[in-house]
Ligand binder design. Structure first.
Ligand SMILES: NC(=O)c1ccc[n+]([C@@H]2O[C@H](COP(=O)([O-])OP(=O)(O)OC[C@H]3O[C@@H](n4cnc5c(N)ncnc54)[C@H](O)[C@@H]3O)[C@@H](O)[C@H]2O)c1
Length: 274
């Protein structure tokens, strides 16, 4: 691991065991951050596309010379979320960066086939979980000093979805919760800009992860996704990690409240025929 731009910083990443959360954790560790890897389980989602899927994110970071600890957290549980922050303070003394990457998605279905149970789960994880993690990160940041080189007291980066930017049939509940995360980003950023706490968001397009495997293996769905994505390929977890890293670096200290689409151009307009 390098002695990079995030040396001395402590980053807490939810959904860190698989897909984007894993790529983000590794990328922050590569820049010198110490990682608190939060997930339902330590092992990667077995349906993921990671080439080194047999090794956990934490073990991979430690093997490469970085610092990381695992916290078993369901972000829909207040107790487990609080315990993760306590673990970060006990083991590393602080929390500088929070990446809210854990999310819940369910296969496409008609609006009328969505029930209260699905909406409750989507809301509990995607909205309440993200808000709960953010509140604790803000409280902790307010107890820490401003780093004059980094330019911040704390950073939060949320992961929403392109589905929150335009209507998408088959995922009314999911897209609604992701739109809520976009707006949580803007409103939260406004409240805490004066405290030097940056809150930004990445809205990914179609990315090859375990969560999306069903879609990748369905020729009709993936054909539609490819036609809707102007760039000649779909996304990787590393595409998202690169954009998240920018929001963590000193260079982005004057950027807050932004929702950046990282989606191969999916949300910029109507694609030319392909
Ligand atoms: N893959 C895509 O195409 C895509 C597109 C847009 C947005 N997203 C969003 O990206 C984020 C990351 O998803 P991914 O595609 O990397 O999926 P993934 O399945 O590879 O990883 C998700 C990780 O989150 C963990 N997780 C799920 N619920 C959790 C909870 N309640 N508490 C703690 N951890 C939990 C899982 O165990 C898993 O390790 C999600 O918020 C998802 O909604 C994904």
């Amino acid at each position: 691991m390098s002695s990079g731009s995030l040396r001395g910083k402590v980053a807490l990443v939810t959904g860190s065991s698989s897909g984007m959360g894993r790529a983000i954790s590794i990328s922050l560790a590569n820049e010198g951050a110490k990682l608190v890897c939060c997930d339902l389980r330590k092992e990667a989602n077995p349906t993921g596309y990671e080439s080194d899927i047999a090794i956990s994110t934490v073990d991979l970071i430690v093997q490469q010379g970085g610092s990381a600890t695992f916290a078993r957290v369901d972000i829909s549980s207040s107790e487990e979320v609080e315990a993760a922050f306590k673990k970060s303070i006990t083991e590393f003394g602080r929390v500088d960066i929070l990446i809210n990457c854990a999310g819940y998605w369910a296969p496409f279905r008609k609006f009328v086939e969505e029930d209260d149970e699905l909406w409750s789960k989507m809301t509990a994880v995607n909205v309440l979980g993200t808000a709960r993690m953010s509140r604790l990160a803000i409280q902790q940041s307010l107890e820490q000093n401003i780093d004059s080189i980094w330019g911040s007291r704390g950073r939060i980066i949320n992961i929403s979805s392109c589905a929150g930017h335009f209507g998408f049939p088959g995922e009314v509940a999911y897209s609604s919760t992701k739109a809520a995360i976009d707006h949580m980003t803007r409103s939260g950023a406004l409240e805490y800009a004066n405290d030097f706490i940056n809150i930004n968001c990445i809205a990914p397009g179609v990315v090859a992860t375990g969560m999306a495997r069903q879609n990748f293996e369905n020729q009709d769905i993936i054909g539609l996704m490819k036609r809707a994505t102007p760039w000649p390929r779909l996304g990787t977890a590393e595409d998202i990690a690169g954009a998240v890293l920018y929001f963590c670096l000193p260079q982005s200290q004057w950027v807050t409240g932004q929702v950046l689409s990282v989606d191969g151009g999916m949300t910029i307009g109507v694609t030319a025929s392909q």
